[in-house]
Ligand binder design. Structure first.
Ligand code: ASP
Length: 484
């Protein structure tokens, strides 16, 4: 199948009064806005009902028990499942085809090195922005002798503490080495099942590379089959994308309803509101600088592409990332947007993006650094330059290994803080419960921040694809003549 008509085909008649005739990104935006509105209304009615019943803390479970919520959740889950269904075949087939297409030539090494260099550089820039702002704003510091997390309220996040414990039991400071361990999966089916994408990518690269060494007839037969699976997967992606406005509506409405109903009456969060608000503000400001300043600068001056056009091209992927909080689930949409809407070749898209969704997480790296330092500040601990440098390095490494799923960075923050705890103990400062008390507070308010950092994660991948395509002198990219 060669025809991969976009859901946004150019010959589609437009009618401004019919939303289903709008361009896809406007349809998804409508779903997003309606979802926020419906979610807020649901939360509001659950909050007033539980206030009347005299127990404000019931609001979230009231929302979750409602029929409308269950319908919204179903719509969101169907969309999310559709995306997840595509991810494994799209990663494996696209990487096999990309590597086999690059063949034995230097092209593979060149593309690989460029991709890794871009990913490392932008993640480091993101972390340094976070580091600068968290030191400048110092969201965890409170005036006087008191400390933000020194009181009983911070210690009362017991249900969140249990959830964090469940995700991170047995994780030690050396677990950031897991990323290397995962690179050689002992069982490729189990790797797909467990979402070990880095392992799948390495295996797919090996398959693609050795496919080029097969006898011609076997080579053609095998790659023909892989290409057919890839095309079928893309066709299913188009189908799923048509449902994106409804799926995004369901996901956002359900998330907003639960989050508002959960956080609005939470006295523990209100006690710490000033610190948590400053922390969230610091994260959002840092993410905003990366998204609205660093990324456009790279697009303008390195890729020589019009940033506004790139933001518009990436609209569906940005909104999908925002509503799913998962860069892995967003991958099919990111690939569709970069190839069909931003004009990057399939060769570059299919190599750079699956790798990026797995290893390049600028927003996550930035968040890990800000969160770890914030928690230390909230315990009244001023980290030395050496300790902060260690956090930068571990944030960079762990962001490579973090899975592209909701709240995955919490695990990395635990790994970072356990090593800080060990250092502080060695300095004779005793057992400071950075993980046990600090991380649950972050976890309680994580979802909105996760939505934003996932957007930054996938956007940076797309900018990487465009930048590398331009450096390879591709002419189809949105901006016109090739760079350089
Ligand atoms: N939710 C993020 C992503 O999927 C990972 C994280 O920072 O928790 O990219």
């Amino acid at each position: 199948m060669h025809a991969t008509a976009t859901p946004n085909g150019p010959d589609r008649p437009r009618n401004p009064l019919l939303p289903w005739r709008w361009a896809l990104h406007w349809q998804i935006l409508l779903g997003l806005v309606l979802g926020i509105g419906v979610g807020a209304l649901l939360a509001q009615s659950a909050l007033s009902a539980s206030a009347q019943a005299g127990d404000k803390t019931q609001a979230a479970s009231r929302v979750q028990d409602g029929t409308l919520y269950l319908v919204l959740q179903l719509l969101g889950d169907l969309f999310l499942n559709g995306l997840k269904l595509i991810v494994i075949p799209i990663i494996t087939t696209s990487i096999i085809l990309a590597v086999a297409g690059l063949g034995r030539s230097d092209a593979f090494r060149r593309l690989g090195l460029k991709t890794l260099a871009y990913y490392m550089a932008t993640s480091l820039i993101a972390i340094l922005i976070g580091l600068a702002l968290v030191n400048l704003i110092a969201p965890g510091h409170v005036p006087g002798e008191a400390t933000l997390f020194g009181d009983t309220q911070a210690a009362s996040f017991t249900s969140e503490a249990a959830a964090v414990e469940g995700r991170t039991t047995g994780k030690t400071a050396s677990d950031f080495l897991d990323v290397f361990r995962k690179m050689v999966p002992p069982n490729v089916v189990a790797a797909a099942n467990e979402g070990n994408f880095i392992g799948l990518i390495i295996v797919s690269m090996l398959v693609g590379y050795f496919a080029t060494r097969l006898m011609p007839e076997k080579h053609d037969m095998f790659l023909g089959f892989v290409e057919a699976v890839y095309d079928i997967t893309l066709a299913i992606t188009h189908l799923v994308l048509r449902l994106a406005p409804i799926g995004v509506f369901g996901l956002i409405a359900a998330t907003v309803a639960v989050q508002v109903a959960k956080l609005a009456p939470d006295d523990r969060v209100h006690e710490l509101a000033w610190g948590i608000g400053k922390f969230a503000g610091t994260v959002l400001l840092a993410l905003g600088l990366h998204f609205f300043v660093v990324m456009p600068l790279i697009l303008c001056f390195v890729a020589r592409v019009n940033p506004i056009r790139h933001y518009v091209a990436m609209g569906p992927a940005i909104m999908t990332a925002f509503s799913t909080s998962s860069s892995s689930s967003t991958l099919p949409v990111t690939m569709e947007c970069v190839e069909e809407r931003a004009g990057v070749s399939r060769k570059t898209t299919s190599f750079v993006l699956p790798l990026g969704a797995t290893v390049n997480m600028d927003g996550t790296a930035l968040f890990e650094c800000v969160a770890a330092i914030f928690i230390c500040q909230a315990f009244g601990i001023d980290l030395s330059v050496g300790q902060q440098f260690m956090i930068v390095v571990v944030a960079l490494l762990t962001s490579v290994g973090v899975a592209g799923v909701p709240s995955a960075s919490i695990v990395a923050i635990v790994v970072i803080l356990r090593s800080v705890e060990e250092q502080l103990k060695a300095q004779g400062m005793g057992d400071i419960p950075l993980v046990a008390v600090g991380v649950p507070v972050i976890f309680a308010v994580d979802r909105p921040l996760d939505m934003c950092r996932t957007v930054v994660n996938i956007f940076s991948d797309s900018v990487g694809a465009v930048t590398i395509a331009r450096s390879e002198k591709e002419t189809g990219v949105l901006a016109g003549p090739p760079a350089g």
